[in-house]
Design a protein around this ligand. Structure first.
Ligand SMILES: N[C@@H](CCC(=O)N[C@@H](CS)C(=O)NCC(=O)O)C(=O)O
Length: 205
């Protein structure tokens, strides 16, 4: 499997973390934003939206970080990471999508506004910062409450829901957004940081 990835992209971090947890073999294809042709006909065959991460496999091509995790889990029967039982799967899907829709996008936006824009000489859009902070204040307590009485999103097992949030939380320092106010998320984060698969991801960035 070939994995198109960039070391700054949280969506690529997500897929790399998943791959390291899964133990599946893969070849990294490093993509540089300045030089890679995201709109080339060849790449659009791999990723119709022209975005990374995307994978080429012996069975076909798949794009979108969360879709890649779900696809690979089913293809290689990684049932601990993405359960087959429909109710358990719905729970994992709920938390994965909750984080995608209500947490991840705002952390990425904050990192963009507070780190990447100034680095490129573009001023921070304070309206965007305030709306991201407001959204995070609204949605994080739900996650904190859920993690208050379990080790991971789905009790004892690390699933794609945990992998998903971890990748977004890696934006924390660029976003200048920390999690002290949400003690259960902070505790979960400490556990996740120690995972050997995550440590391996850090060596790739
Ligand atoms: N929802 C997508 C987001 C992927 C995404 O935004 N990728 C960015 C890099 S962080 C990208 O490929 N940008 C290039 C472009 O859009 O031209 C996912 O989860 O994979």
């Amino acid at each position: 499997m070939r994995v198109y990835s960039n070391s700054h992209s949280p969506y690529c971090h997500k897929l790399l973390f998943f791959l390291e947890e899964s133990g599946l073999p893969y070849e990294l294809i490093p993509v540089e934003f300045e030089s890679f042709d995201f709109r080339s006909p060849e790449f659009l065959k791999v990723s119709p939206g022209g975005q990374i991460p995307a994978i080429e496999t012996e069975f076909g091509n798949v794009a979108e970080s969360t879709v890649c995790m779900r696809y690979l889990s089913d293809r290689y029967q990684l049932d601990d990471l993405f359960p087959r039982n429909l109710e358990a799967r719905a729970e994992v899907d709920f938390w994965t999508e909750y984080v995608n829709q209500h947490i991840g996008r705002y952390l990425v936006s904050l990192a963009w506004q507070r780190h990447w824009q100034p680095k490129r000489g573009i001023p921070t859009d304070q309206h965007s910062v305030v709306s991201s902070l407001t959204a995070l204040d609204k949605y994080l307590p739900v996650v904190d409450r859920h993690l208050s009485n379990r080790n991971f999103f789905r009790s004892a097992f690390v699933t794609i829901a945990d992998i998903n949030l971890m990748a977004f939380m890696h934006q924390s320092s660029d976003a200048r957004f920390y999690f002290h106010e949400w003690p259960w998320i902070a505790l979960w984060h400490e556990k996740m940081k120690k995972r050997p698969a995550w440590q391996r991801v850090l060596t790739l960035l």
